[in-house]
Design a protein around this ligand. Structure first.
Ligand code: 5CA
Ligand code: ZN
Length: 413
């Protein structure tokens, strides 16, 4: 599938270091990514039926920052993102609105690309939909079946295929939830713990046999379509290989999605799926998680149509730390617009204070658990001091402009 065009990223003078992110299990930070060479990243993409809301944008900006930090450390990045272009919620929305599911997906994916481009989000190297990836998905299912790790549910009408997740080494270690929490999360996030005929409530659907009125494709498992988790497992393994550096998404994907992906992959490769998992906190509106199913959305395209500068939208999102839940209010955008105007004034003025310590502070903030919020404050201080400075440090304004562009993705000119 076509990705979107890449924004220019200035190269800054190299400053050694590493990216460290906070793990789920402790307060300590873990180095994420290789020391040399290519960092491999997979981020779970949209289900294209109502994109792109500010929650989506927050998640993709989080992993955009990760890539900018890696690049700034001198690493290359190989990045895969999927599109869940066939799944229950998409089909339900298509039926409810009388639109063909393919058309719905295409138009939402186009809008998503436009939004990502406007927000200057780095595009994936591999942007892959499910429909175009049935080959690798079937190949992975075949490997699982050959290893004795698939079964058909005991159901006369629809004996769909399931993956016995507990047979995977390390199952449960990604999310670290207890049994009750796993069942609850599974039920809430697309699972079917109570379906009769399963061997274990947590086993996950990997191939759903054809139903009347639903799209389906021929396969060695009968005509049907893939379950949700197997898509990301297959696409990540196929494009990045096992034990890649970072699996990302929003925190709603921790369980079951990322747990099941890890289980499916480890079961066939014997290796970890990803070395590290990071999750962006949920963005809410009026105290509730922003979600397509609840309909409480603010769309990036809506704000753009109303005349918001995409750089202000980007700054509004960057003002929040990726692990802290927050709710969008119109004030977020107003404050970001003011901040953007102040920064633009400071980089086009005729005076400025030294930029080197600020660039160092921005780098430090981002490298230590992606604190874009702190990076913005450091830049605010530079701007304030520059606006009242009486002399000009040569090159300082250009240095700030490049650093803000390279590290935060904000174009000031
Ligand atoms: N297609 C699947 C992933 S394989 C999916 O979850 N699609 S989605 O369209 O529902 O979400 C796309 C991405 O945005 C996911 O990474 C999800 O975790 C993230 N996301 C969804 N809602 C929010 C929200 N309110 N705040 C932050 N991130 C969100
Ligand atoms: Zn996914």
């Amino acid at each position: 599938m076509r990705s979107w065009s890449e924004p220019s990223v200035p190269t800054l003078p190299l400053a050694p270091g590493e990216l460290r992110l906070q793990g789920r299990d402790s307060d300590s930070l873990h180095a994420v990514g290789p020391q040399h060479g290519t960092a491999r990243l997979y981020v779970c993409g949209i289900t294209p039926y109502d994109a792109t809301h500010l929650g989506h944008a927050f998640t993709y900006l989080t992993f955009d920052l990760v890539q900018r930090v890696w690049r700034d450390l001198g690493l290359a990045v190989e990045y895969t993102q999927n599109v869940t272009d066939v799944d229950d919620p998409l089909l339900e929305r298509a039926t409810a609105t009388g639109v063909d599911w393919r058309e719905l997906a295409h138009s939402e994916i186009d809008l998503f690309r436009e939004d990502m481009e406007a927000l200057r989000v780095l595009p994936p190297d591999h942007y892959l939909g499910v429909v175009e990836s049935l080959g690798p998905i079937e190949a992975l299912l075949t490997r699982l079946r050959d290893a004795g790790l698939l079964y058909q549910v005991d159901d006369d009408e629809y004996p769909d295929w399931y993956f016995p997740c507990r047979q995977a080494p390390g199952f449960g270690s990604v999310a670290g939830l207890d049994e009750t929490a796993m069942i609850a999360e599974f039920a809430e996030h697309g699972g079917d713990p109570r379906r009769p005929g399963k061997r274990d409530p947590l086993d996950c659907l990997v191939w759903r046999l054809e139903r009347d009125g639903e799209p389906s494709w021929p396969s060695a498992f009968g005509p049907g379509r893939p379950g949700w988790h197997i898509e990301c497992t297959a696409l990540a393994l196929d494009t990045l290989g096992a034990a890649f550096d970072l699996q990302g998404g929003g925190s709603d994907l921790l369980f079951p999605h990322h747990e099941m992906c890890a289980a499916e992959a480890t079961a066939v490769t014997g290796e970890p799926f990803a070395h590290f998992y990071a999750h962006a906190a949920m963005v809410g509106l009026d105290g509730e998680k922003m979600s397509k199913s609840k309909g409480n959305l603010v769309l990036v395209s809506q704000l753009r149509r109303q005349g918001a500068d995409p750089m202000a939208i980007r700054l509004a999102l960057l003002a929040h730390h990726y692990r802290t839940e927050w709710s969008w209010t119109p004030t977020d955008l107003v404050q970001a617009e003011e901040r953007l105007a102040r920064w633009r004034k400071a980089v086009t003025g005729s005076v400025s204070v030294d930029a080197a310590p600020v660039v160092e502070a921005v780098r430090r903030s981002l490298r230590e658990d992606l604190h874009a919020d702190d990076a913005l404050v450091a830049l605010d201080h530079w701007g304030e001091r520059s606006l009242v400075s009486s002399d000009d440090v040569p090159g300082a304004r250009a240095m700030i402009r490049d650093a803000v562009d390279a590290l935060l993705g904000i174009a000031l000119s």
